[in-house]
Design a protein around this ligand. Structure first.
Ligand code: ATP
Ligand code: MG
Length: 409
């Protein structure tokens, strides 16, 4: 039986190769590195050796050099089977050392066996003919060996450097994510605090007046104040109800916009204004709407919500001037259309212009409402991929809310 010696430092590679060869009727001996292979071969020379190059203790180059220099081994066929040394110069060098084949891993088992058989045949043909005495020019070989190793090291260093860059980038990304998470966490903590605070105050009102009613009723006397107490409870319950539905709407605002579709922005304006037609008429508020609007790519229900919030604010913060006006329109001069809802009401001090979009942010605590409206507006616009901002020259100078919607043409 033909006996093959295989050398590889990786156990699975050895096992795989051994199975393939045994399956094809060869007898197999294994070695974990060049030195072990050489010792085994010297004790009992095989018919052929297949070796990996990159191995500890003694690598495949050195093994090949010593093999070809060994009187008893030099005529035994030598196959190099490698995954790491794949450069044509590596092959050249290994050939120069006297290897019969240079096979790059992985190769299909049947091809590998075919190669082995052909190498065995070739060596039989040459039987009796001395297979070279191994390379004589040892300094030349050593120099080349150094060069091959050097190239290998250079490649490895380059790979490592690339890896370091990739890792650094990943690290930076990770830090950015952590930072963002921390910010979000802080925002969430603030949010929870404010929500509990906001929910608590109407509850305290309810508790207080319910207690008073109970006391009064225990006295069994008719008390005209009772009606008042009940009215306050109802009003506090209303506040709670609004707060909760606003919060619900906020939690939905950024998350669920339906797939945007092309809609006429003008119709959305008309429909939103309709909701306020009575208040507008009662308060003699003049409404001026641009005659034409572009079509937008939007979730109509959500954009109506935006417009409703802005219109409601324009009404609520109109102040006490005799000629309140609300203008709704679009500017198409720039890169993209900019929609606006403008009023000539109480205005906003420039330093508060950004703050008004914060959750529960109310510049005047005495007005009705929870300070959620603009936070909802911002989330809806941003969920559409647009921007929203406020402009005002200050107190009494009116306010303009502007926003963009991508896809508007
Ligand atoms: P909600 O809309 O939840 O009922 P709100 O109107 O107080 O309550 P936002 O719509 O978020 O809350 O507005 C936040 C704050 O910004 C308001 O309380 C008000 O101080 C200021 N503000 C909003 N719109 C205007 C406006 N058109 N003119 C002047 N100030 C405004
Ligand atoms: Mg509002």
């Amino acid at each position: 039986m033909t006996r093959i010696l295989i050398a590889d430092d990786i156990a699975t590679n050895l096992y795989l190769l051994e199975s393939i060869l045994k399956g094809n009727g060869f007898e197999v001996t294994t070695a974990k590195n060049g030195r072990e292979a050489l010792e085994i071969a010297r004790k009992s020379p095989p018919d052929l050796i297949i070796t990996d190059i990159l191995m500890p203790v003694m690598d495949g180059f050195e093994l090949c050099r010593l093999w070809r220099a060994d009187e008893h081994l030099k005529n035994i066929p030598f196959i190099v089977y490698t995954a790491t040394y794949t450069d044509p110069k590596d092959e050249q060098f290994v050939r120069k050392l006297g290897a019969d084949r240079f096979i790059v891993k992985p190769v299909k088992p049947d091809l590998l066996v075919q190669e082995i058989r052909s190498v065995l045949l070739e060596s039989k043909d040459k039987d009796g003919v001395a297979k070279g005495t191994g390379p004589e020019d040892t300094t030349g070989i050593l120099q080349e060996y150094n060069e091959v190793l050097f190239r290998k090291l250079e490649k490895k260093v380059m790979q490592l450097e690339e890896e370091i860059v990739v890792r650094k980038e990943a690290e930076q990304q990770r830090e950015a994510v952590i930072k963002e998470l921390k910010l979000k966490n802080a925002e969430l903590a603030r949010f929870t605090y404010t929500v509990s605070h906001e929910l608590k105050s109407p509850l305290i009102t309810i508790q207080g007046f319910a207690g008073l009613i109970e006391e009064e009723m225990a006295k069994g006397e008719e008390n005209p104040e009772l009606k008042n107490h009940v009215r306050r409870i109802t009003s506090a319950v209303d506040t709670l109800d609004t707060l909760l539905s606003d919060l619900l709407s906020l939690s939905r605002a950024g998350k669920s916009i339906n797939t945007p579709k092309p809609v006429n922005f003008g119709s959305l304006v008309t429909e939103s204004l309709d909701l306020y037609s009575r208040v507008l008429a009662e308060n003699r508020i003049r409404v001026e709407v641009d005659p034409e609007f572009p079509r937008v790519n939007a979730d109509p229900a959500r954009i109506r919500e935006v417009l409703a919030n802005l219109i409601e604010n324009a009404i609520k913060y109109r102040g006490d001037r005799p000629d309140p006006v609300i203008k709704i329109g679009v500017e198409t001069g720039g890169d993209e259309p900019v929609f606006f809802v403008a009023d000539n009401g109480i205005g906003i001090e420039p330093r508060y212009l950004e703050r008004v979009f914060n959750l529960f942010e109310k510049l005047d605590g005495t007005t009705e409402g929870t300070g959620i409206g603009l936070a909802i507006v911002q989330r809806i616009i941003e969920a559409h991929g647009g921007r929203v901002w406020a402009e005002s020259e200050g107190e009494g100078k009116g306010t303009t809310f502007r926003f963009t919607l991508p896809g508007a043409v």
